[in-house]
Design a protein around this ligand. Structure first.
Ligand SMILES: O=C(O)CCC(=O)C(=O)O
Ligand SMILES: [Fe+2]
Length: 410
């Protein structure tokens, strides 16, 4: 706090520009350029040029970060621009989001904290497994971590503890709140009323931190829990350290049948869908339907470089799944090496958490979105945004009691 930092253009324009003159940038970019010839973790691309400029000559701002699969098997990756990503998927990337010095300081500070983070656990067929990453919650609610109700969290596991965010993390959250609110202006009417700028705008109340020591650590395909965040949440995801691939797929395109639900998968259950074991293998599934022109995207890989923010706008958690697959090609960072830290900035919606009924097991049921989008006859579930029907269901991974109820919130 209180440190003088250079102003970042990302905070002032909707298409942040890379500053060639920013102090300290030059050295770092040389390092990135070295990495880009082989080890940035960027997906293998079959083209050498994008928008007429050779790959290695492109500045960080021009270099495409998003790639869609092409060809019948989806093995080729075609770069798309930031605008094409924004048009084809409900998410966008902001490069160099934090002042460089703050991003580096935050990385070092969190790396020092990492040995105290814990592995979440998940249960499959009655067996408990350790998550392939370590995690921790940082509360941004003004030093209130102890006072908050632990049942409000549970994105990961009751095992993962919460602590008050250090100053640099609060400062980063403040910058990110501002960036999200600025970019949210054009989406105002698609946002949940609580997040609209006319109601004061979105602000993160906590950050879920994940540490991936190397390319063997991952998170499987999932949607983040709606229960603690409410319907149509905004989630802002900051990457620090090594470069990894963030894969987004439409839930319907990843094999979900009509009526399939999404949005209730706890991170503790993520590995069920493949992140634990060679998640790269599901690459080809939706390849044929992705448009490199950006009009319609079913699947996209985003290369997450140090200090890049991905904003998942609604309805990402309702309609898409995201993952960080295992990978041999991790783009090393000068400070963290092969390790990557991710912070997902989220806003708790205590009213949403409080509405979840108890299932017959006596646990809080989870809120899920139905992908078939049809509110049931005679029920106003889903009528509020006209897009999704929502329901509550038992979340007991050791054996469901079968509890299920439409959410009829008007
Ligand atoms: O590491 C990432 O980029 C994603 C993490 C994530 O999806 C989660 O914590 O829910
Ligand atoms: Fe997630």
């Amino acid at each position: 706090m209180g440190l003088k930092r250079k102003r970042n253009p990302a905070h002032a324009t909707s298409a942040p520009k890379h500053s060639e003159t920013r102090k300290g940038t030059h050295l770092y970019r040389q390092d990135q350029a070295r990495g880009s010839s082989g080890s940035t973790g960027t997906p293998q691309v079959d083209v050498k040029e994008h928008h007429g400029v050779a790959w290695w000559q492109q500045s960080r701002a021009q270099r495409p970060l998003a790639f869609v699969p092409k060809g019948p098997k989806g093995t080729k990756k075609v770069p798309i621009s930031d605008e094409e990503l924004r048009e084809g998927a409900p998410c966008e990337v902001v490069r160099d989001v934090l002042p460089k010095q703050l991003a580096n300081e935050l990385l070092e500070l969190l790396l020092a904290d990492v040995p105290t983070w814990q592995r979440g656990q998940w249960i499959m067929f009655g067996k408990t497994h350790d998550a392939p990453r370590t995690s921790c919650y940082y509360s941004l609610a003004c030093g209130q971590a102890e006072a908050e109700d632990s049942s409000d969290y549970k994105d990961v596991s009751a095992l993962v503890d919460r602590r008050n965010a250090p100053g640099a993390l609060r400062e980063a959250a403040h910058v990110i709140d501002g960036v999200v609110r600025r970019l949210a202006k054009r989406l105002e009417r698609d946002l949940a009323p609580r997040d609209r700028n006319c109601n004061g705008g979105w602000a993160a109340s906590y950050a879920l931190a994940n540490h991936y020591a190397d390319g063997q650590e991952a998170v499987g395909a999932h949607a983040d829990r709606l229960t603690p965040l409410g319907k149509r949440p905004i989630i802002a995801s900051l990457s620090l350290g090594a470069t990894r691939t963030f894969r987004l797929k439409r839930a319907a395109a990843s094999g979900a049948a009509e009526g399939t639900s999404i949005g209730g998968a706890a991170t503790s259950g993520l590995e069920r869908s493949g992140g634990g074991k060679g998640a790269d293998s599901n690459k080809a599934e939706s390849a044929a339907t992705s448009s490199p022109a950006g009009g319609h995207i079913d699947s996209v890989d985003v290369s997450l470089e140090h200090n890049t923010l991905v904003i998942m706008w609604p309805p990402t958690q309702e309609e898409w799944r995201h993952e960080v697959p295992r990978s041999k090609a991790v783009g090393r960072h000068p400070v963290s090496g092969s390790a990557r830290i991710n912070l997902t900035f989220r806003r708790l919606d205590p009213a949403s958490a409080a509405r979840a009924p108890l299932c017959r097991c006596g646990n809080q049921a989870v809120l899920k979105a139905s992908l078939n989008r049809r509110p049931p006859a005679g029920n106003n579930a889903g009528a509020r945004d006209g897009q999704h029907a929502y329901y509550f269901a038992c979340d007991n991974t050791k054996g469901s009691c079968g509890f299920w109820r439409w959410d009829d919130e008007a």
